[in-house]
Design a protein around this ligand. Sequence first.
Ligand code: ADP
Ligand code: MG
Length: 590
Amino acid sequence: MTFEEMGVSPEIQKAIQELGFEKPMPVQEKIIPILLDRNTDIVGLAQTGTGKTAAFGIPIVQQSDVRVKKPQVVILSPTRELCVQISKDLKSYAKYVDGLQILAVYGGASIQPQLAALNDGVQVIVATPGRLLDLIKRKAAKLSSVYRVVLDEADEMLNMGFLDEINEILESIPADRNTLLFSATMPAEIKKIAATYMRNPEEVVIGTRNASAENVKHIVYTVHAKDKYLALKRIADFYPKVYGIVFCRTRIETQEIADKLIQDGYNADSLHGDLSQPVRDSVMQKFRLRNVQLLVATDVAARGLDVNDLTHVIHYSLPDDPEVYTHRSGRTGRIGKAGISIAITHLREKHSIGRIESSINIKFEKARIPTGREICEKQLFNLIDKMENVEIDNTEIDTYLPVIYKKLDWLSKEELIKRFVSLEFNRFLDYYRDADELNEPVEDRKSRRAGRGDDDFGVRGRKMKDFDGKSEQGYTRIFISLGKIDGLVPAALIEHINNNVSGTKVPVGRIDLMSKFSFFEVKSEYAEQVIGSLKGSRFRGNKVDVQRAQGKDAMKSGKSDKGGKSEKGEKSFSKKPDRWSEKPKRRPRR
Ligand code: ADP
Ligand code: MG
């Protein structure tokens, strides 16, 4: 069916043609003919990006009476951005319709201009619920002539706590009106609104309900909860060309993750409700222009953001509602393009993954967080790619080249390549050289639990000669100048540690008692503190010396004596701003 066949007016056809709408999208094909034909209430269930705005907007533009200078249609929408977007869209459909006034009103902006505009007479109001209610109470918005109400992104309006406002607004609009409700998900509250305020609504479902976009690949990574951020960084490093949204659960988490990413040199920014309007506008603009690669956002803030072609959607936190997962992941893999939806989970979230799989009928592919080596490889080839495609400014560089050629004359082509690549690449290698495995290995956890308990200091069943010079992952091996002849037994050592290290109970791992000295392991993050506190302490009158175990007794060969580079190296990465020589703070666009 064409727009013409559906009965769309010539003026509107002309306008939408200019917008590049050649043929209607499925939701438009279903809804426009209904609305042009009769005033039926409609519940529309469709994901973002399916073309809902034109589906309700075209009939609204076509059916508004420009001679009547009173509000005839009210469109409610959760955020200012969406209000502005919708009113802009409607105005563009109405480009060749004379005299139609469409006004966006929303909170967080001065009310005076909105009052004035309403006073001038508008036919269509696009509003956030809170502001509209305010305007109704001030008797500025007179809704007695409203014949149609649209609730757009209804589920998000409820998430934002607008239920009371919506109810109040619907109460104050003539009951014989026509109501359209659009939502990506159908929680019980939405069904209740539909049952209370709508009359025999026709249900329009686009795609199968709950269906996730077909060309989206779902991947799940499982890590320790504390390693989620490190995992996110590895994913970002593994996909150097990533352009995606990182979904977090709360505003605080969103800000925190975005801050960390920015600090660590990633091209990221945050979008959530605590940010001021101008900041949000600028973040969205930057993301649209791809000046920001990773947008860390809450569900509400990202809803309706009209950005296509995301390469990835990353669920830093899984949503409670599987439908929200569908909605999020539907933002990638649009319009025939493949997309990747990545869930970063910890073990206890296994059931959530199962629930999502069964309720939206998808299958997650279990993947392992890329190792440092794999990431280095990926980055290396990306670097080579970039080098091949770099734009060369001949006029600028030509003047310098003769001198440079001369200086590098002694190097072979192979040597040259090696050096230029290393220049950029060493930093990645440095960072990942000693990076730990992040994947949560189930068996490993069990064996660790078995080998370490309050009644078992790791001595049992493992003799010193079995010791391979490596402490357990995450633990640091420490030398102490006390042995069996000093009366040291595991319990006494633990007691001594706890007596001297104030404030916390230190997790102690394996203890290897010798006759004149001993070794013990503590969780790496406590190592410094333990060494500092125990050095010079007295055990039964003897002065105690402690230090990091050296040589083959070191934690992992060559690691601990370099200042704890393992896990810590990865975490303290932000303190190495020289990783990107051209821009210390921001990762360059790739
Ligand atoms: P939704 O509200 O369902 O999330 P939008 O109404 O914002 O989706 O539409 C998504 C995108 O599709 C917009 O960029 C819009 O301009 C575009 N679009 C809508 N209808 C058509 C059409 N018939 N042909 C081409 N593009 C369209
Ligand atoms: Mg929309």
